[in-house]
Design a binder for this molecule. Structure first.
Ligand code: HEM
Ligand code: HEM
Length: 282
């Protein structure tokens, strides 16, 4: 994230915001996470219920997706969350095939890889992209440490933390920084990215590894940390959806803070900073 070109005529200038390594690893990450989620939902569909502890207590799932018969005899989808039943026909529990036939399925075919029920193929996709995610993450971390991207661009400064209140207020009003301040991530962005990189993604990876019998044999402590295989599966699932929530907020922020400028910066590296007007009213 360094400045290198100034357009004197206009009150805006172009800066070089994202290094090639960050851009490449970001988009490879987007690809891996999308395919991991969709193949993960295929795996989930093989037994669409979650439990806590070491064993599956079929009578008391934390979450379950099933199909049932409505009083008029038609099929409905029912999702049970902590004992509360919700009708989710068409999306969860029961969805419709391309020719309109009702099919009993946890997640619908458009959300899974492959689209038809095939656990073995889903697992092949999942494990392939799990490795890609880990290798890509290692490459990103190596670059971020070696180039000081982590310390310089992602770690909040004392000044950032002292002004976090103003940053939150500005964000809620959808006011984004201009001039010098716009050259760097704001404190909320930094904290969100750090949480995803150092808490959420490692949690998903560890919970995923904890479900693998080969890894457990070598590191039994991993299963103890999660409190059993079913707990690890539930943590993995919840963390995956927390990541989806982050991506939704991330996308909204990309959209409202200048979609083309942001996307260009993540593709070519170039980002246009608007200069601050003389009296900004702040
Ligand atoms: C799939 C999950 C995604 C994750 C985990 C993710 C995560 C991140 C992270 C950690 C950064 C900061 C990178 C750094 O500076 O080291 C970032 C930046 C960015 N991401 Fe994503 N991202 C995801 C998806 C997307 C998608 C789908 C888009 C757009 C369609 C997008 C657009 C951007 C842009 C434009 C930036 C640069 C922000 C700026 O310059 O202010 N991201 N993302
Ligand atoms: C290194 C990374 C990962 C590893 C090692 C991993 C491993 C696993 C394993 C072993 C399973 C259960 C397989 C089975 O029961 O046969 C699983 C399921 C699943 N994974 Fe991952 N995974 C990883 C990353 C991810 C990511 C990033 C996401 C989401 C974006 C994700 C979403 C899911 C989902 C939704 C399931 C289904 C839950 C279930 O029914 O068990 N995984 N994963």
């Amino acid at each position: 994230m360094s400045q290198d070109h100034v357009d004197a005529a206009a009150p805006r200038r172009s800066i070089y915001r994202h290094a090639l390594a960050v851009r490449l690893t970001h988009w490879l990450n987007v690809l891996s996470l999308t395919l991991l989620l969709m193949s993960g939902l295929q795996i989930f569909n093989a037994h669409p219920a979650l439990y806590w502890g070491d064993k599956s207590d079929f009578e008391h799932p934390l979450l379950a997706m099933t199909a049932a018969d409505a009083p008029d005899g038609t099929g409905i989808g029912v999702t049970t969350v902590l004992g509360h039943e919700i009708t989710t026909t068409g999306v969860l529990g029961l969805s419709f095939s391309a020719n309109g036939r009702p099919v009993e399925r946890g997640f619908p075919s458009w959300a899974t890889i492959p689209s038809y029920q095939d656990l073995a193929t889903g697992r092949l996709w999942h494990f392939f992209f799990a490795w890609l995610l880990v290798l890509n993450g290692a490459a990103y971390l190596a670059y971020a440490l070696a180039s000081r991207h982590l310390g310089r661009d992602l770690l909040p400064t004392r000044h950032d933390l002292a002004h976090i209140g103003r940053s939150i207020r500005d964000h809620l009003r959808l006011r984004f920084p201009k001039g010098k301040e716009a050259e760097h991530y704001n404190v909320l962005q930094k904290l969100a990215y750090l949480l995803v990189i150092f808490v959420l993604l490692p949690l998903i990876v560890l919970a995923g590894l904890a479900m693998s019998p080969q890894i457990d044999a070598g590191f039994p402590v991993l299963l103890d940390v999660f409190g059993g295989r079913q707990s690890a599966r539930t943590v993995h699932f919840i963390a995956a959806w927390t990541l989806v929530a982050f991506v939704l907020v991330h996308l909204v922020m990309v959209l409202v803070s200048g979609v083309w400028n942001n996307l260009r910066s993540m593709i070519t590296g170039r980002y246009v900073v608007e200069e601050e007007e003389a009296s900004d009213g702040r």
